[in-house]
Design a protein around this ligand. Structure first.
Ligand SMILES: *Cc1c(COP(=O)(O)O)cnc(C)c1O
Length: 370
């Protein structure tokens, strides 16, 4: 079965092997050396002033960012389940929350964020997804960050890059916290989250807030290549292997380029067989299709063609399917995925099979006819 869900994503064999070694003690020079190497790779990936790894799923890093960087009111962008979560985190900690809500196919506009910031001087942090995985859309995070900093540079910009870091380049010039999680673009099992932080973020953090998620304690320790509490040693070892694999495989820029081309090829292939891309501004992390037969297509993909893609959640359940684009994906596997979708449409009597999807995919991916 090909795993093509936008998280969890497949863990490469060499990464699984690296994580199959005996558990290492975390307070040892051996582990500190691994931690140091991993940190230096992360600095290159995030391009932020500081990086911090915490043992939690991605939501833990979202919570850490909110409690440490928002001391008054959080403006959160809700175009899906993950954006909604930022608001819930703020409320759970007794912080103020202003939300800009849109349908799950609609990215927030820079103007809407600017207007909200101007209307409420209590807002001291903004939280937004780079790629909102609920509907597979891309928010204009960099433009938002720039516009907000022009109004008030003290406002912290929290960017959830859980399905964006490692997928596409992100301009962190005006971003204060950039979040990643292990089981999405980083091709690892769940359980490790990473935050890239700006120097302004570190100033605002000060002594830090919370206990386990206190970022000041972690920054202090991690600068010494250790962690405040027991490190997720196995996952850190896996992460180092992932980052080294990306480097050997042509580097991160190469991965960004391959991902962008593949996402474009899949989008064009599926549009060529009459399918509709759901989000108005598709993210590169996944291809999301809305279709009245989404459930039937997913079922056929799984049972007949050996492809596991994700469906939708909440009100989009049974209405969309999402094909992963994150990680090291072989073109021959993706060629099969688009072909399988076309076969499923034929089985459902929606469109006679003529190999159009594969042809379009191949033209873009392999430059056929050029
Ligand atoms: C998966 C995901 C999360 C939540 O991560 P968990 O690891 O499930 O806690 C947050 N944001 C986005 C955009 C995601 O895709």
């Amino acid at each position: 079965m090909l795993l093509f869900t936008p998280g969890p994503t497949p863990v490469p064999q060499n990464v699984r092997n690296a994580m199959a070694q005996e558990t290492m003690h975390h307070r040892t020079p051996e582990f500190e050396a691994i931690f140091e190497k991993t940190r230096s790779h992360l600095f290159k990936l995030f391009k932020t002033d500081e990086v911090v790894m915490i043992a939690s799923s991605g939501t833990g890093a979202m919570e850490a960012a909110v409690i440490n960087l928002c001391h008054n009111t959080l403006l959160s962008v809700n175009s899906g389940k993950f954006g909604e979560r930022f608001g819930k985190i703020a409320k759970a900690h007794g912080l103020g929350n202003v939300e800009i809500k849109n349908e799950w196919d609609t990215p927030v506009s820079v103007e809407a964020v600017v207007a909200a910031v101007k209307a409420n001087s209590d807002i001291d942090a903004i939280a937004v997804q780079v790629s909102e995985s609920a509907g597979g859309l891309r928010h204009p995070v960099e433009e938002i960050a720039k516009a907000v900093k022009e109004i008030n540079p003290e406002i912290m910009i929290i960017a959830d890059g859980i399905t964006a870091v490692g997928v596409e380049p992100i301009d962190v010039t005006h971003i204060d916290a950039l979040i990643a999680g292990s089981q999405k673009a980083l091709m690892l099992p769940p359980g490790l989250a990473i935050l890239g932080l700006s120097n302004s973020a570190i100033d605002k953090i000060g002594e830090g807030k919370g206990y386990y998620l206190n970022l000041a304690s972690e920054i202090k320790k991690q600068r010494q290549n250790t962690t405040a509490y027991t490190a997720a040693t196995t996952l850190v070892i896996g992460l180092l292997e992932v980052l080294e694999t990306i480097e050997v495989d042509g580097g991160i820029e190469n991965l960004y380029e391959k991902t962008a081309t593949r996402a474009q090829a899949v989008k064009s292939a599926l549009e060529a067989i009459g399918l509709h891309v759901y989000p108005k501004s598709p993210a590169k992390s996944m291809t999301t299709i809305d279709d009245e037969s989404a459930s039937e297509i997913r079922k056929l993909l799984k049972e007949k063609y050996g492809v596991n893609v994700a469906g939708g959640q909440d009100h989009l359940k049974g209405k969309i399917f999402r094909i992963n684009q994150m990680g090291l994906i072989e073109d021959y596997e993706m060629a099969w995925v688009v072909n399988a979708v076309e076969l499923a449409l034929d089985t459902l009597g929606k469109r006679a099979y003529d190999a159009t999807a594969t042809k379009v995919f191949n033209e873009i991916t392999f430059g056929l006819g050029k």
